[in-house]
Every structure is written in structure tokens, then in C-alpha cells.
Design a protein around this ligand. Structure first.
Ligand code: HEM
Length: 424
């Protein structure tokens, strides 16, 4: 399992194609223990799905790392706590008034209550109502480069579309967008990177605190004067006469930023990259646009933007004949389940007409199923239409270099240089 170590160390070769590593693990057993990670790894479709659906036995309290083994973060924090300039940030962080376990990292019964409070904000009618804004934002972005016939697709489109949509939903104005982007970048630093540098951890802490200050004001404003946006929903939502606590509200906004932004960027980038890599596919979908939705689903199956998250056993649990002791963590690899040949025929072939693509695990499964899946699908649909309408003949530019982000959990290209035929 030499390559598995390389993947956890974020070696580019392993990041570029982790799927043979997952295949090798799965051939051994659906769940295996890995010393280097300090956790079990679930790669079989049924095992992944079973763990995700079983919140009685599995906790989500630490979804992005297998707990205390992630000691580089703890060591960096100890170093930083001695810096006078960091004193205020640490005081706020440790006061515990600013963060709470919500949604992604909450367990029942809190999770069930929180989810009921915010489900309405993501219901299909609400997502449909957002669609004209998604189109308008997409048109604004593409207008900047459509005439050029060439684009660095990640920074000029795929990052900006989901960020603008989530910024609109959270009431963040255009003037604050650069700051919002910095927070988004910094807040994901520890995800899939077990050895962040001291500078990275400093950025993470400072941005977490700045985000929290900004949204404390925003939530306060919206609770006095609600508007038709997500941040007003969070500020005013009630269940049985009870509101979310202030810390829950802040953590929820933070999660919408982190969970909704990077992930959708990666999906949109993967789809453009697929068009560039497979000549004829873009034209085939352009001439039959009912294929857009299946193309989006197969793209999600083929390259899960979140490769996998962790669960912790609440008690000894048996999965596929293997007993996992209480307290142990499992890295539940959606991306590996998506490539299990027992579930998806010829899983390493990209087939938009595959009958069961939509059964992929890229949005998770069970109670923690992605609350933003409808919004992500809607943005992806608009992004594909935009590529068909304004960027025909997508191909890799000669200057393109295939380099992946420095994380084994959030999988995506750093940049994507594309050429296309500018519409006449
Ligand atoms: C392609 C885009 C996206 C992908 C691949 C994705 C992936 C996921 C996955 C895998 C989970 C389940 C985590 C688990 O099993 O614990 C999840 C949950 C979540 N996602 Fe997404 N997501 C995307 C877009 C979004 C968007 C647009 C938003 C919000 C604006 C969002 C907000 C959330 C939240 C709040 C949760 C936690 C739900 C819960 O635990 O109840 N996501 N997402």
C-alpha cells in the first residue's frame, strides 16, 4: 500500500488518479485498517452506504479528520497561542460561544432538529426561484472572456459562480467578495491535509474569527429586518417556538460557505475538463440537451468532489463481516463506492447514458445527505448550458498543466486552461 501513503501525503501522482488505490483496497475487503491514517477505510459501495445510513452506530462529530491523530494542527496551534497578536483570536475561539456542532458534524437528536429548521430554505421551489439569478451571474462571468476564445476556467468561472451564488444567499455584497473568497480558501485548509504549516493554521484561525465577527453582525441585522435570503432564514428559523442558538447560526453559515463553494467549483471544473478530454462529447450533448442532467450525474459519480469523510464508531460495529471497535474512525470513501464494479458496470468508463449514475454517493446518503444537492445540480446545469452556448469546441490549451489541489479529501484541478471557438 505504498501509494496509499503517497495519497495521504498529497503526492501529485497519487492525487491525479487515486482510483487504482481504492480498487486494490476493495479487492482485499470492503473495509480495511490503515496504520498511517490511524483509521479504517471503507471502499465497497454497500459498506459505504450502510455506514452513512446508520446514525445509531456511527457518529459524525469529527467528519474531516480521524481525531487527535491529526497532531500537526494541534502542534501549530500550541505555537500560535504564544503569539501576542493571536491572543484575541484564541480567546474568542476558546470561549466556545462562536462554534457549535451543526449539520455536517452533528449527531441526532441535534442534527434532526437543525435539519428540520433549515430544510425549507433548500426546498425545490426555493431552488427554482434562484435559477434566474444563477443564469444572470453565469452570463456576467462568461461575458468577460467569451470573445477571447481562451480562459483559465477555474479562476475565471468555476470558482466565481458558486461563490457569487452563496454570497448572494448569505447577504454578502460585491464589495466583500474578495474577503469572502479568502475565508473560503482558508477555512478548508485542514480538510484532507494532515500537516498544515503554522502560517496556514494562522490563516485558518484568523479567517474563522473574521467570518464569525462578520456574520454575527449580519445575523443580528437580519433578525431585526428579515430579507428573502438564506441568512435571514438562519437568523429567524424556529422549531416549536425555539430558535437556533447564536453559535449554531454562525456555524451553519460557515458550513454553507465551506460545503457549498469548493465542492460545486470542483464539479463544474470536472465537467469542463471532461468536454476537453473527450472530443465529440460536448457536441453530442449540445445536439441533445436532455443529456445535460445525466451528464451532470455521471460527472458526479466519476469524480466525487468530496472523496470521502469520516465517521466514528459509537460502539463495536460489524461491517461486511469486519468488527470495528468502539471509538475507531472510518474514512468513508464515496469516490471508491462510486467505482465499485459490483454496483456500476465498467465503473472506470465515463458513460452519460449509464442507467444508474444517479445512485452515486457523491452527495453522501441517509440523514446527512447533502442539503445543497438541488442547488449544486441547478448551478451545474446552468454551467453546462453556458459551456454549450458560449464555449463550443472546448479543448485543453497548450499551456495547460494537470495539477491537483493539495488535499486527499477535496479533489479538484488547481487550474484548467482551455481554448474554445468564440461564438460569432
Ligand atoms: C457538487 C457540489 C456538492 C457536493 C459534491 C457536496 C457533497 C456533500 C456531501 C458528500 C455531504 C454529506 C456529508 C456526510 O456524509 O457527512 C454534504 C453535506 C452537506 N452539504 Fe453538500 N455538497 C455540494 C454542494 C453543496 C451546496 C451548494 C451546499 C449549500 C449551499 C452544501 C451544503 C451542505 C451541508 C450544509 C451539508 C451537511 C448536511 C447534513 O449533515 O445534514 N453542499 N455535501
Amino acid at each position: 500500500m505504498r501509494m496509499l501513503g503517497a495519497l495521504f501525503n498529497r503526492d501529485q501522482e497519487a492525487l491525479r488518479c487515486p482510483y487504482p488505490i481504492f480498487d486494490e483496497l476493495r479487492a482485499d475487503a470492503a473495509v480495511v485498517y490503515h496504520d498511517g491514517l490511524g483509521a479504517w477505510i471503507a471502499t465497497g459501495y454497500d459498506a459505504v452506504r450502510t455506514i452513512l445510513r446508520d446514525t445509531d452506530n456511527w457518529s459524525s462529530l469529527s467528519p474531516t479528520s480521524p481525531g487527535p491523530r491529526e497532531s500537526a494542527m494541534t502542534t501549530a496551534m500550541a505555537t500560535l497561542s504564544k503569539e501576542p497578536a493571536m491572543a484575541e483570536a484564541f480567546e474568542k475561539m476558546l470561549s466556545g460561544r462562536r462554534t457549535a456542532a451543526v449539520l455536517l458534524n452533528a449527531d441526532p437528536p441535534e442534527h434532526v432538529r437543525q435539519r428540520r429548521v433549515v430544510n425549507a430554505a433548500f426546498r425545490p421551489a426555493r431552488i427554482r426561484a434562484l435559477e434566474p439569478t444563477v443564469r444572470q451571474r453565469s452570463d456576467e462571468l462568461v461575458a468577460e472572456f467569451a470573445g477571447r476564445g481562451t480562459v483559465e476556467f477555474v479562476s475565471e468561472y468555476a470558482v466565481l459562480l458558486p461563490m457569487r451564488i452563496i454570497a448572494d444567499a448569505l447577504g454578502v455584497g460585491d464589495d466583500d467578495l474578495l474577503m469572502f473568497k479568502k475565508w473560503s480558501d482558508d477555512l478548508v485548509i485542514p480538510i484532507g491535509n494532515a500537516a498544515p504549516s503554522v502560517d496556514q493554521v494562522r490563516d485558518f484561525i484568523m479567517s474563522t474569527q473574521a467570518f464569525s465577527d462578520y456574520f454575527s453582525d449580519k445575523l443580528e441585522q437580519r433578525s431585526r429586518t428579515p430579507q428573502n435570503d438564506l441568512v435571514s432564514d438562519v437568523a429567524n428559523a424556529e422549531l416549536d417556538g425555539e430558535r437556533l442558538t447564536h453559535a449554531e447560526q454562525i456555524s451553519m453559515c460557515q458550513q454553507f460557505l465551506v460545503a457549498g463553494n469548493e465542492t460545486t467549483t470542483k464539479l463544474i471544473t470536472n465537467m469542463a475538463n471532461r468536454f476537453a478530454a473527450e472530443p465529440g462529447l460536448q457536441q453530442a450533448i449540445d445536439s441533445n440537451r436532455s443529456l445535460i442532467a445525466p451528464f451532470v450525474e455521471e460527472s458526479l459519480r466519476f469524480e466525487a468532489p468530496v472523496q470521502g469523510l469520516y465517521r466514528q464508531a459509537k460502539r463495536d460495529v460489524s461491517v461486511d463481516g469486519v468488527t470495528i471497535p468502539a471509538g475507531n474512525h472510518v474514512w468513508v470513501v464515496y469516490a471508491a463506492g462510486n467505482r465499485d464494479a459490483d454496483k456500476f458496470e465498467c465503473p472506470n468508463d465515463f458513460k452519460p447514458l449509464r442507467p444508474n449514475s444517479r445512485e452515486h454517493l457523491s452527495f453522501g446518503n441517509g440523514e446527512h445527505f447533502c442539503i445543497g444537492a438541488g442547488l449544486a445540480r441547478s448551478e451545474a446545469q446552468v454551467a453546462v448550458e453556458t459551456m454549450l452556448d458560449y464555449m463550443p469546441g472546448l479543448r485543453h490549451a497548450a499551456r495547460h498543466e494537470m495539477a491537483y489541489e493539495d488535499s486527499f479529501i477535496l479533489r479538484g484541478l488547481k487550474t484548467l486552461d482551455l481554448d474554445f471557438d468564440p461564438p460569432v
